[in-house]
Design a protein around this ligand. Sequence first.
Ligand SMILES: C[S@@+](CC[C@H](N)C(=O)[O-])C[C@H]1O[C@@H](n2cnc3c(N)ncnc32)[C@H](O)[C@@H]1O
Ligand SMILES: Nc1nc2[nH]cc(C(=O)O)c2c(=O)[nH]1
Ligand code: SF4
Ligand SMILES: [Mg+2]
Length: 221
Amino acid sequence: MNYPVNEIFETIQGEGCMTGVPSIFIRLQGCPVGCSWCDTKHTWTVEDQHKVDASQVIDVSNESNNWAELSSEKIIEIVKQYQAKHIVITGGEPCLYDLTELTTQLDGIGCSTQIETSGTFEIKTYDKTYVTVSPKVGMKGGYQVLTSALNRADEIKHPIATEQHIDDLKALLLQRNSDKVMTVCLQPISQKKRATELAIETCIANNWRLSVQVHKYLSID
Ligand SMILES: C[S@@+](CC[C@H](N)C(=O)[O-])C[C@H]1O[C@@H](n2cnc3c(N)ncnc32)[C@H](O)[C@@H]1O
Ligand SMILES: Nc1nc2[nH]cc(C(=O)O)c2c(=O)[nH]1
Ligand code: SF4
Ligand SMILES: [Mg+2]
């Protein structure tokens, strides 16, 4: 299967429970969810005039809306050139695409896989893929978080800036009906001081984890 790839690069995972793990990021192009504070708005549209060659999406760190159509075999070839053995598939919204073939092939070369998703589209991956769901409530695209995504999640990483976001999360947790072990992380939106203070207080009160987008504090990708 072919995937629209915005960028592939190697760094450390900067978010959630896997923070600090050396990782290869595969960022897929396309997302209709429309979060007003999204830090990757350049990935929202998949336009023909921005289709480029594979070489232009590898190790590029400019926030561009260019994308290359890459087969899972080609992605595997690229991944083998890096050191890291943990692969994070993000976007854009990676679950717009069936990730089963790609995650299965990555497992086949000895890599662990993780996806970063809003949980608004059905999750199609290899069954051992670690699933991070970052729920989005009331965004302008009008998509709802799926109960199946909440149930599949290994971690729920909720972006917060206000008390309302915490109420939204508590309502979503009631919607979940799964025995799967799952960690809740709060991620302050855009390093805002008040959002970070609120996240810390709320994590302590609920025994949840704080996720602070370490890469942004370190000014790395
Ligand atoms: C850019 S999204 C891509 C994957 C998927 N569309 C999603 O939303 O999970 C990756 C992560 O960044 C988070 N994020 C995006 N913009 C952010 C911001 N301004 N502050 C904090 N987290 C942000 C999202 O909530 C998500 O957890
Ligand atoms: N270092 C680093 N960690 C990340 N974790 C999730 C990211 C994302 O954009 O999905 C991200 C990212 O863009 N960079
Ligand atoms: S779902 Fe993810 S990629 Fe899409 S707009 Fe929201 S944060 Fe950005
Ligand atoms: Mg990011």
